[in-house]
Design a protein around this ligand. Structure first.
Ligand SMILES: [Zn+2]
Length: 233
């Protein structure tokens, strides 16, 4: 691997920046969540009750609300049509609980109305998984063998994973804006309470922004490494 060391060292900073962004975003989410998990909402509704009320108000009758184990493991599963809420969310009456529950209902609504970014996202999941598994092996093999088509294939594969994260952003932001609207129109939260729920959902969205930024930095790194390889030829 002689001759590449210079590029490896310099581009490593991109990985470190990406990692720091992700760590900062996840710390921000944890602290915001901890804060609003202890603020009880005035309606006294739990995450489960809020989810049921929102789904009903949206005219969705075929989606179940379930409890799942873990922390921040909340998600909507389009295959089973279930809103899955973690222990902190399902049975709690905090601002964070109804905020997160409403967000997952936002995904259920997106699914019901065939929201385009969600459909695109679901369609590229297999491609993205394939791409992120194969990108680094192909890329490094290409570098070692000095075989440019493999290097390029590695970069293209990695781009698929970045594309997936890019499409994830509008899906997440849209689910949160639907959530906040529904929380207010269904009377679950008052305007001031809604501001607290918004902070939790914004902090959650930032983790997706950080993940995307980190992946774009990694993509830059691959391109720089590939360019360095070309200069060596
Ligand atoms: Zn989401």
């Amino acid at each position: 691997m002689y001759g590449y060391g210079f590029y490896y060292d310099r581009t490593y900073i991109l990985l470190v920046i990406g990692m720091l962004l992700s760590v900062a975003a996840s710390a921000k989410l944890k602290s915001t969540f901890a804060k609003y998990r202890s603020v009880r909402n005035a309606s006294g509704l739990t995450g489960e009750q809020a989810a049921r009320r929102i789904l009903q108000a949206a005219g969705i009758t075929d989606v179940q609300v379930r409890a799942v184990s873990g922390s921040l493991t909340d998600h909507y599963d389009p295959r089973t049509k279930t809103v899955n809420l973690s222990q902190d969310i399902f049975g709690q009456s905090s601002l964070a609980a109804v905020g997160v529950a409403a967000h997952e209902c936002g995904h259920a609504i997106q699914h019901a109305i065939h929201y385009a970014p969600l459909e695109i996202r679901s369609a590229i999941v297999p491609l993205a998984n394939f791409g992120s598994t194969l990108s680094w092996p192909l890329f490094f093999l290409g570098l070692i063998m000095s075989f440019r088509p493999l290097i390029t294939a590695g970069i293209v594969m990695f781009s698929l994973a970045v594309l997936f994260q890019l499409v994830t952003l509008p899906v997440e932001i849209n689910a949160s804006s639907r959530a906040l609207r529904m929380l207010e129109t269904t009377g679950i939260l008052g305007r001031e309470e809604n501001a607290g729920a918004r902070k939790v959902l914004t902090a959650a969205a930032l983790t997706y922004v950080a993940a995307l930024a980190s992946s774009i930095l990694q993509l830059f790194r691959l391109i720089i490494l590939a360019g360095g390889r070309r200069n060596d030829d």
